[in-house]
Design a protein around this ligand. Sequence first.
Ligand SMILES: N[C@@H](CCC(=O)N[C@@H](CS)C(=O)NCC(=O)O)C(=O)O
Length: 331
Amino acid sequence: MTQSKPTQSTALGTSSRDKYTDKDGQYRPPVSKFRDIISPDPSAPFPAEKDRYALYIHYGCPWAHRTNIVRSLKGLEDVIQLIVLDAFDPAKSWYFSGKLGPDKDPLYGVKYLRDLYMRVDPEYQGRVTVPTLWDKKKETIVNNESSEIIRMFNTAFDALLPEEKRESTKASAGLLPPHLQADIEEMNEWVYKNINAGVYGAGFASTQQAYEEHVFPLFKSLDRLEEHLSQPGHSPYLFGEHITEADIRLFPTLVRFDTAYYTLFKVNLKMIRHDYPKLHEWLRRLYWDESEKTNGAFKNTTRFEEIKSGYTLATRQEIVPAGPIPDILPL
Ligand SMILES: N[C@@H](CCC(=O)N[C@@H](CS)C(=O)NCC(=O)O)C(=O)O
């Protein structure tokens, strides 16, 4: 039998760079194929129910990280099961190595997340990605697009939560308050393009030109965010007194920046801790907040070791960078 043995945990899914870059050396992000929506309506195809859904993640992945933050921030730990994969095989994608968590899927006993994708669609040709939101009742994938998963987590399960956790109760203090929605979405768009995806564009570029096309706009956008935070009404969080979706979508990228991206993705014109005082404060304020209000959602979902080792292997390097020490400075 010639089945390939899983290689060491090459996390973050992108170790086989050639497969994922186009002829110009540009990184091609995966296309999210599963786009169903969980609804508060009990008669909907995917109704919000306790114990019905499971979220598959890897701690290194920033897209998975945002979904895990919202799960925790909303207090959905008892409603949505979390299943952590800890390793990646370039040929077969995410799997359970047993080193940092279970050695097989707790639901079906399979080794690979791909096995679940194949169960849903034996002809599936796309990439197998985290996060993946699974319906245990219909035994299918609901959605594998983080931007949509965080929206569902923010509102669809509210009837199952105590009043103070509901988006409608929070009104202007919600994650996506109506009066800020347009501004938040405008920011999400350029932050996604230049920062969230920008680091990947630089880090996985396979030509000098492709790298430079991403690295300069990335730092321009960080400069723009630094300036944004100095404007009235934009502190301590991006849109004022309350954490919004914009903060949640930026955090996973910035918390990885100095420790992983700066060295491993060569996005090294500036560091958050040395060159962006306002962003640095914003980052630490979120990370170190262990109050009841946030449930410690930012710190508890961040695993620096897995972030560093994941990106080391994903960029086909062997030595995990020692610094910077500490991973994040105190507030
Ligand atoms: N648009 C997706 C992107 C997810 C994504 O790129 N996940 C990476 C890990 S950070 C992955 O699973 N990659 C595996 C692959 O591309 O084969 C989302 O936001 O959920």
